[in-house]
Write a protein of this length. Structure first.
Length: 233
């Protein structure tokens, strides 16, 4: 799509649901990852202390509070649900409630439109349940979950931060933590299966770096973007 607004009748969420089925998540060419992976410095904490604080100290403080809840929930071994995601989001936004959106949502300055139907929330919950699917490698599950949150766009605000927290939760469930999260700030498109697979490769690279292993060449193939689909973390 081009221009400042989504074309009439377009539904980027439907595009993502199609792409999600097209990608061979279990067969992606990414090295297997097993925990524990504990970097010298926690990437989310470093992000909050650096770029996020430079942009908005209070917003960074709330993101860090959401991340603390993510770590605690991962330690408890609970499954990823919308209720869990909403609990983190209340901390991130500093609000008493974080309900599922009640209308169509837009991102990328209106170029992507995510239509709301009677099935949207149920479909999203089903996708979240697949974040624990053992037949899919960890980094692919984490990347897919990130994109699920980004393109289902469940909240009125802060979906980019929600996507980041969902990704790190999936990894933390297997005691894998990232030493950096800045490279995740790349623009992804709902109708792009190559980009979806590339995100899984990027997560694999970040995990290898966090474990102190060489990442190899060609690690940053996607162009940097201004946000995490819905707002910077």
């Amino acid at each position: 799509m081009s221009g400042a607004e989504a074309l009439p009748g377009t539904d980027s969420l439907a595009d993502w649901c199609r792409v999600r089925q097209e990608v061979d998540w279990a067969g992606l060419d990414a090295p297997a990852v097993t925990g524990p992976v504990t970097p010298a410095a926690d990437g989310v904490v470093a992000w909050c202390a650096g770029p996020a604080t430079d942009r908005d100290p209070e917003r960074a403080r709330r993101l860090l509070a959401g991340y603390a809840a993510v770590r605690a929930d991962a330690e408890r071994g609970v499954p990823l649900t919308f209720a869990l995601l909403s609990g983190w989001q209340r901390r991130v936004l500093g609000t008493r409630e974080a309900p599922f959106r009640t209308g169509d949502a837009y991102a990328k300055r209106g170029r992507e439109r995510y239509v709301l139907t009677a099935r949207t929330r149920g479909d999203f919950e089903a996708c979240l349940r697949e974040s624990g699917a053992p037949e899919v490698p960890l980094v692919a599950r984490a990347a897919r979950t990130y994109l699920d949150v980004a393109f289902f766009h469940p909240f009125e605000d802060g979906n980019g931060r929600a996507a980041l927290l969902a990704l790190v939760f999936v990894l933390a469930g297997e005691r894998v933590f990232l030493g950096e999260v800045g490279p995740l700030r790349t623009t992804r498109y709902a109708d792009d299966p190559v980009g979806a697979a590339d995100l899984a490769s990027l997560v694999s690279v970040l995990v290898r770096r966090s474990a102190g292993r060489p990442a190899g060449a060609g690690d940053h193939r996607r162009r940097p973007g201004p946000d995490l689909h819905a707002g910077r973390p």
